[in-house]
Design a protein around this ligand. Structure first.
Ligand code: CA
Length: 231
């Protein structure tokens, strides 16, 4: 498989760095490697990578802070790599603009799938208007109609807004805070109860089971991810 995409890997652990390099090259990606945040920033600026893998546990800088600085020098989507004890950091990273996360130890197949999704959607702005159709679900934004397996679904305005936010970001992990902001225009509260209630009613109408989702997967401790349509 050949691609022209370069992946910038910012990771201070030499073992993980080497493993990522080999795996990415075997998939046809070019690899640019940095072991500190500062070097990563200058390589991002100089090389315009297609995607960035960013370890949040770097010795020289705060990962969340680095996300903001990266966004100013390149427009590549960033997937953060976190350790198990950085649960709260991964949520902050998604809120700060990262498109996805993996937790160490991660499976290489899973990471490659996340990279493909990030490459497909990362730099694009969500489509406004138009029709989404996949997996039996058809959403017409202009007509504001939704059908599932040919039958019309009657969604409330907030359910429709929630569904379109998820579809616009399909394949990506969205935090509760981000979804609240998109649906209500501002983060309503920090307990996300309203969002959970809205999600439950949307799922009911979609016939979606949280334990075996066809459309919306719960990201524990983070938020939700739209997984319909092969995302
Ligand atoms: Ca590290």
């Amino acid at each position: 498989m050949e691609t022209s995409d370069d992946v910038l890997v910012v990771e201070d652990d030499p073992g993980i760095q080497r493993m990522l390099r080999l795996a990415l090259r075997s998939q046809g990606y070019g690899v640019i490697a940095a072991q500190t945040g500062e070097v990563g920033l200058s390589l991002a600026q100089a090389n315009a990578p297609s995607v960035v893998l960013l370890d949040l546990g770097l010795p020289d800088c705060d990962g969340i802070d680095l996300l903001g600085r990266l966004a100013r020098v390149c427009d590549a989507p960033v997937i953060v790599v976190t350790a198990r004890d950085q649960e709260s950091q991964k949520v902050s990273a998604l809120d700060a603009g990262a498109v996805d996360y993996v937790v160490k130890p991660f499976g290489m197949a899973e990471l490659m799938a996340r990279i493909r999704v990030a490459l497909r959607r990362g730099a694009q702005h969500p489509a406004q208007g138009g029709v989404y159709e996949a997996d039996g679900l058809r959403v017409d934004r202009d007509a504001r109609t939704v059908t599932l397996d040919g039958a019309a679904l009657h969604l409330t305005p907030n359910e429709f807004a929630l569904l379109t936010v998820l579809i616009d970001n399909r394949g990506k992990a969205l935090t509760h805070r981000r979804i609240q902001h998109e649906v209500w225009g501002y983060p309503t509260t920090d307990d996300y109860k309203t969002l959970r209630v809205l999600m439950a009613s949307l799922r009911r109408k979609l016939g979606d089971r949280p334990s075996d989702p066809r459309f919306v997967r719960t990201e524990v401790g983070v938020g939700y991810r739209f997984v319909g349509g092969g995302a």
